[in-house]
Ligand binder design. Structure first.
Ligand SMILES: [Zn+2]
Length: 316
C-alpha cells in the first residue's frame, strides 16, 4: 500500500468523510505534479465546504473534512492522524468566521505543512453579531457564568456564514481562487464549474425567496442559533433557545415560552449534536412541535431547499 492509500484507510476507519473519488495510483503523466500522487489533497473544516470544493474541482481533488458529520464545529478537536493527513495537502479552506475547530488547528497545520495554501472562505463576507438574547437584561447571572464558559463566539460574531446562499457565493469564489493558485493548469475547467455552481446558488436563492414570500417579519425559535445569516437574508427573526452555548435556566425557559406564545411560534428547530430537551419542553408548553434542521449537510442546495420548506411550514 502506498502512503495515500494507508491514510485513506485510516480515515475511513475513523469515520471521516472523504470524497468517493478514485484513490488508485494514477499514471504520473502529469509532469507538473511534484507530489507522490497526481490527486490534489484539499482540507476543509465542515462538510458543506466539501461540496463547494468538489463542485469546482470534481475528481481532481481528494477532500479531507475535519469535522465529521454529526459533530459540532464548535467543540470538535481534530485527531493527530487527521492533521497528519493534511501534511500532503496543497490547500486548506478555512471557513474563517471564527469556528472553534479552526482556532485550535490552524497554527498546527502551518507547522505541519508550511507549503499549504490557506484560503479564508469568509474573506469579503461581513460578519454580523450574534442575535442578542431578548432576555439578557433580566439574566445578569448568566453573564457572570458565561465568562468562563468556552463558547464559540469570542467576539460575539456569528460564525455560521454558510447558512445563507449569498455568502456561499463568496465562499465559492474564494475556494475557486485558491484552487487556481494550487492547480493553474485546470483553471478553465474550474472557472466553468464555478460559474455553473454560482448559477445554481443564485437559482436556489430566488427559489427560497419565493418559498418564504409573505413570511418577512415573522420569528422562529431554534435551539442552537445557526441560522442568523439565513434569517437576515430572508427578513425573518431568529430567537435562540441556547444561551451563550448553554441550556437555558428555568427562568429563561419561562421567558421563552411566553415569547413563543406571544409571537405565535409553533415550531422549535433543533439540530443533531445538540440537546433537544429544552426545545421539547418549550414545544410541549406551547402545543407545538420540534423539527430538526441540518446546517451541515453535504448537499447544500438540496438541503437548503428543504430547510426553506421547513421554515415555510414552521413560521407563524
Ligand atoms: Zn453552530
Amino acid at each position: 500500500m502506498n502512503k495515500i492509500t494507508t491514510l485513506i484507510i485510516t480515515f475511513l476507519l475513523m469515520g471521516v468523510v472523504l470524497t468517493a473519488g478514485c484513490v488508485d495510483e494514477q499514471s504520473s503523466s502529469d509532469a507538473t505534479s511534484n507530489s507522490d500522487s497526481d490527486t490534489i489533497i484539499v482540507g476543509v473544516s465542515i462538510v458543506p465546504q466539501q461540496q463547494f470544493v468538489e463542485k469546482i474541482a470534481g475528481d481532481n481533488v481528494e477532500v479531507v473534512v475535519m469535522v465529521p458529520p454529526g459533530a459540532s464545529p464548535h467543540s470538535y478537536e481534530p485527531t493527530p492522524s487527521q492533521l497528519t493527513a493534511l501534511s500532503d495537502a496543497k490547500m486548506y479552506a478555512m471557513v474563517g468566521s471564527g469556528i472553534t475547530v479552526e482556532d485550535t488547528m490552524i497554527g498546527k497545520l502551518e507547522d505541519l505543512n508550511s507549503d499549504m495554501l490557506i484560503v479564508d472562505c469568509s474573506e469579503g463576507i461581513t460578519l454580523v453579531e450574534m442575535v442578542a438574547h431578548s432576555h439578557d437584561e433580566e439574566e445578569h447571572d448568566h453573564e457572570a457564568e458565561g465568562e468562563e464558559h468556552d463558547h464559540e463566539e469570542e467576539e460575539g460574531l456569528d460564525p455560521h456564514i454558510w447558512t445563507s446562499p449569498d455568502n456561499v457565493e463568496i465562499m465559492v469564489e474564494n475556494i475557486y481562487q485558491g484552487l487556481v493558485e494550487v492547480d493553474p493548469d485546470n483553471q478553465e475547467t474550474y472557472l466553468a464549474n464555478k460559474n455553473a455552481y454560482l448559477a445554481e446558488l443564485a437559482e436556489l436563492d430566488e427559489q427560497i425567496q419565493t418559498t418564504l414570500e409573505g413570511k418577512e417579519g415573522t420569528s422562529f425559535m431554534v435551539y442552537h442559533p445557526a441560522w442568523g445569516y439565513f434569517a437576515k437574508h430572508y427578513g425573518i427573526t431568529q430567537v435562540p433557545v441556547e444561551i451563550e452555548g448553554k441550556e437555558p435556566s428555568v427562568q429563561d425557559m419561562q421567558n421563552l415560552i411566553d415569547e413563543a406564545k406571544e409571537k405565535g411560534i409553533k415550531v422549535i428547530f433543533v439540530q443533531s449534536g445538540f440537546s433537544t430537551v429544552s426545545a421539547e419542553a418549550i414545544a410541549s408548553e406551547i402545543d407545538g412541535e420540534v423539527v430538526e434542521l441540518d446546517p451541515l449537510a453535504k448537499d447544500y442546495i438540496d438541503n437548503l431547499s428543504k430547510v426553506a420548506e421547513a421554515f415555510k411550514e414552521g413560521l407563524a
